[in-house]
Design a binder for this molecule. Structure first.
Ligand SMILES: Nc1ncnc2c1ncn2[C@@H]1O[C@H](COP(=O)(O)OP(=O)(O)OP(=O)(O)O)[C@@H](O)[C@H]1O
Ligand SMILES: [Mg+2]
Length: 356
């Protein structure tokens, strides 16, 4: 299964997964910041984009093409809409996989209005011919429409109005250099700091009309994996719990109790993440162990372990991928309240991961 594919309707809902599910998509529109001032965090990208747009506005010109790269749920789609809003321009939304043929792209490009923002999500998944057409469109505001077939085919050049391409990708490394070079500005989105996520949570709680205190927001922020989409999703689940089990107000205790029910621990690990770590520690003494063996031990597909659980575990410094296999770090042992074999002298008991 391809977990990068947000349009894959068979992807099971996962509370801490960064891919958007149906409910997210419905709520995300309502929770999206509408302008740069409302957009929380990403100071660097925000400052840089602000300059790009201000300068373009002052010149009365169309903003340069913008590439936004970063992990799912960090705000790429949100920023693209903000760019259009700040430039006072309409926005057209499409995605790499939606453009099968160069002709599809030609149709979109030739119907753009002057100054319009074209948002191309998952730009790394575009077909080769479409990509080549895009090179010319970005650089010269021109496309060649091919009429006819074989030796008699002719290219009819078509002038395009100036437009701003905003490309988004979770895999900037997969973009061919000629495409990457045609963007006037590339913004790299980073994972959010806990304090920034707290602000995201307070803002969303406000919009959802949910009462939450500072500590409640901090509790959720700490478990959100640096990702606003996950913060918003956990907030909604904690709200449910607060409504059913308490008076609706989210405090630290309520947040901790709710997230224990959903099996999201104090560092944001969910059941699968912990199962992987537990197998690695308890069955294989911390590794190294091969990915396939590890996957069998937790009863999951290899791909699920590799693409769903591991990236976060690696980022958190709990697991390392080595040429000889997967290895647990000392932090993994202490997170699960276990003692590494070589240092088995102090018996520190199982700690309460859910913080209840
Ligand atoms: N800086 C931010 N401030 C407040 N909310 C944010 C911010 N960034 C993202 N969000 C919220 O997080 C959710 C996900 O953001 P968005 O859809 O823009 O992510 P994305 O990077 O496009 O993800 P994907 O790669 O899956 O398409 C949205 O509901 C948005 O409101
Ligand atoms: Mg998006």
């Amino acid at each position: 299964m391809n977990w990068d594919d947000t349009t894959d309707e068979t992807a099971p809902e996962r509370l801490v997964g960064s891919v958007a599910d149906g409910e997210d998509q419905a709520v995300e529109a309502a929770l999206r910041p509408k302008d740069l001032g409302e957009f929380i965090g990403q100071e660097k990208v925000r400052e840089q984009l602000d300059l790009v747009m201000r300068a373009a506005r002052a010149r009365g010109a169309t903003a340069d093409h913008v590439l936004l790269s970063g992990a799912p749920g960090l705000g790429k789609t949100t920023l693209s809409m903000i760019i259009a809003a700040e430039m006072n321009a309409p926005i057209r939304i499409t995605s790499g996989p939606a453009i099968q043929h160069a002709g599809d792209l030609a149709a979109i490009l030739s119907s753009l209005q002057e100054g319009e923002v074209l948002f191309l999500d998952e730009i790394h998944r575009m077909s080769r011919p479409a990509e080549e057409m895009l090179y010319m469109a970005m650089e010269d505001y021109r496309v060649d429409v091919i009429v006819g077939k074989g030796p008699g085919a002719t290219a009819i050049p078509l002038e395009l109005p100036p437009f701003t391409l905003v490309g988004a990708t979770t895999r900037a490394g997969l973009l061919p250099p000629p495409l990457r070079d045609r963007f006037g500005f590339t913004g790299h989105m980073e994972f959010y700091e806990p304090l920034e996520l707290e602000r995201v949570i307070h803002r969303s709680a406000n919009l959802l009309d949910v009462e939450i205190d500072t500590e409640g927001a901090a509790e959720i922020a700490g478990r959100s994996r640096g990702t606003p989409r996950i913060a918003n999703r956990l907030l909604r689940r904690v709200r449910d719990y607060a409504q059913v089990k308490a008076d609706g107000v989210i405090t630290r205790d309520i947040a901790a109790a709710a997230l224990a029910v959903y099996e999201v621990d104090v560092r944001g690990l969910d059941r699968l993440d912990r199962a992987v770590l537990q197998a690695l520690l308890k069955l294989f003494g911390g590794g190294p162990v091969g990915l396939s063996t590890l996957a069998v031990a937790v009863g999951e597909e290899r791909e699920t372990v590799e693409e769903v659980a591991e990236p976060f575990l690696v980022r958190e410094g709990l697991l390392a991928r080595t040429p000889r296999g997967r290895v647990a770090t000392p932090a993994a042992w202490s997170h699960l309240g276990l003692t590494p074999p070589q240092a088995a002298q102090t018996g520190n008991g199982q700690q309460d991961l859910f913080g209840t």
